[in-house]
Design a protein around this ligand. Structure first.
Ligand SMILES: [Zn+2]
Ligand SMILES: [Zn+2]
Length: 156
């Protein structure tokens, strides 16, 4: 028997490496087919075992995290409240900005809306760079915003 023959006669499960007889009837019961009518690469036994394992794993960890969250619920709420209080300006700005950004549309006629301050400015306010295909691109954030960030990053 050549290598080719043995391949055709048997199919190896890619997980447990067991050999199964390769004909339609056996394939159906030993491997099964997916919705695209492709034969699974792992045998039914392996897939069942894997499913079982995942199920148990999820079950255990679900309980764990649910339990954990329940225990720390108040702590967590307290933390969130305190964080918002301490960073009120920051949090408010985030909410405001995300609303503006959702509404922001790319501008036309040589104008572009900065993704940071959401102001429409003409292209000369953005600066240019060359992308990998050597095309001239404009930054998505205006020079002012980029400078502001640069200053913030380098402040000591
Ligand atoms: Zn298997
Ligand atoms: Zn800007």
């Amino acid at each position: 028997m050549t290598e080719q023959d043995s391949k055709d006669k048997y199919i190896k499960c890619s997980r447990c490496k067991c050999k199964y007889i390769n004909d339609d009837n056996h394939n159906k019961t030993d491997f099964g087919y997916n919705r695209l009518n492709e034969r699974y690469k792992t045998c039914v036994t392996c897939r069942e075992r894997h499913k079982q394992y995942n199920h148990t794993y999820n079950q255990n960890h679900k309980d764990e995290s649910k339990e954990y969250r329940k225990e720390h619920k108040e702590e967590r709420a307290e933390y969130d409240k305190q964080y918002k209080k301490d960073n009120r300006e920051y949090c408010n700005n985030l909410t405001k900005l995300s609303k503006i950004k959702k509404l922001a549309k790319p501008c036309e006629n040589g104008f572009q809306r900065c993704t940071s301050c959401a102001t429409a400015k003409d292209l000369s306010n953005y600066g240019e760079y060359l992308n990998r295909s050597e095309e001239v691109m404009h930054y998505v954030r205006c020079v002012d915003c980029r400078n502001r960030e640069k200053a913030w990053l380098t402040k000591t």
